[in-house]
Ligand binder design. Structure first.
Ligand SMILES: NC(=O)c1ccc[n+]([C@@H]2O[C@H](COP(=O)([O-])OP(=O)(O)OC[C@H]3O[C@@H](n4cnc5c(N)ncnc54)[C@H](OP(=O)(O)O)[C@@H]3O)[C@@H](O)[C@H]2O)c1
Length: 267
């Protein structure tokens, strides 16, 4: 989708972190933005910022764990604003635990917010996009979906699931005018869940700014990109190596200090 001006985009996780950068960057492109997250106050701040940037925004406070209420959310959005051209599934949560220490409720909430909600939102918005022969779904996954992370295994599973779901859907939708893109960020500085942890990223992996994720979202939509990695250094050769020898991949990750860092984030 080359010209984004005047299109409607629904962004989840629009209240803070990387989502704020995505929302502001989309606002500069002239999109009408539907902001979804739980915190109404933060969403209203996001709306003001979008308006300062010369675009329009609508706020829909919603807890994405409530999967069965998502059809109602979409109906409300449709009756107030109309059809959605672009969906950015950005909301996500992570909880660092020893695996046996997760409660069933925590397990379910990570699966719901990170994977089930994006799938359900897409299921509901896709038929409209297909009818119009145009649309785009951007899924903000993670490099943790390419190589599992200790003490964050459920999060890794949801991001791996998101990557494979996107891959299947992208092939299914080829030629329909509806694109599907996956963004895979590594550690992000300045804002967001890693920055908020107060930890330092392993030196050899480094961090990228949140604006790089927002720029990737725009590039993905305009260029109909399948997948974009946002990481400080080149990571593809290491990911390829891990496909051939996952146990060596485990050793490399330990050597980089990822496991030690993740252990410090266990709560
Ligand atoms: N930061 C990183 O280093 C990094 C790296 C790789 C991938 N990512 C991915 O980037 C995306 C954004 O993460 P971030 O770092 O910006 O995290 P963040 O600062 O914690 O923001 C998460 C966003 O998701 C929303 N959210 C969380 N639970 C929700 C729920 N139950 N219902 C509705 N909205 C909910 C939050 O809003 P409310 O709290 O107001 O609901 C917030 O807007 C996530 O998918 C994450 O997995 C981040």
């Amino acid at each position: 989708m080359k010209n984004l001006k005047g299109k409607s985009v629904l962004v989840t996780g629009a209240s803070k972190g990387i989502g704020s950068y995505i929302v502001n960057t989309l606002a500069k492109e002239g999109l009408n933005i539907i902001c979804v997250a739980r915190s109404e106050d933060e969403l209203n701040k996001a709306k003001l910022k979008v308006e300062e940037l010369g675009s329009s925004a609508h706020v829909f406070p919603f807890d994405l764990q409530n999967i069965r209420l998502i059809p109602e959310l979409i109906n409300d959005i449709r009756s107030e604003i109309g059809e959605i051209d672009i969906l950015v599934n950005n909301a996500g949560i992570e909880m660092y635990r020893k695996y046996g220490d997760y409660s069933a409720r925590e397990l379910n909430s990570i699966l719901s917010v990170n994977l089930h909600a994006p799938m359900e939102l897409t299921r509901l918005l896709l038929p409209g996009m297909l009818d119009r022969g145009a649309g785009h779904v951007v899924n903000v996954a993670s490099l943790a979906g390419c190589k599992g992370v200790a003490y964050n295994a459920i999060y890794s599973a949801t991001k791996a699931g998101m990557i494979m779901w996107s891959e299947g859907l992208r092939q299914e939708l080829k030629g329909t005018g509806v694109g599907v893109s996956t963004i895979k960020p590594g550690y992000i500085s300045e804002a967001g869940m890693f920055h908020n942890s107060g930890q330092e990223a392993p030196k050899l992996l480094g961090t990228s700014p949140p604006q790089a994720v927002a720029d990737a979202v725009i590039r993905a939509i305009k260029g109909n990109k399948a997948e974009l990695i946002v990481n400080k250094g080149p990571i593809k050769p290491l990911l390829a190596l891990n496909v051939f020898t996952p146990v060596f991949g485990d050793s490399l990750v330990r050597w980089f200090g990822v496991q030690e860092l993740s252990a410090k984030r266990v709560t």
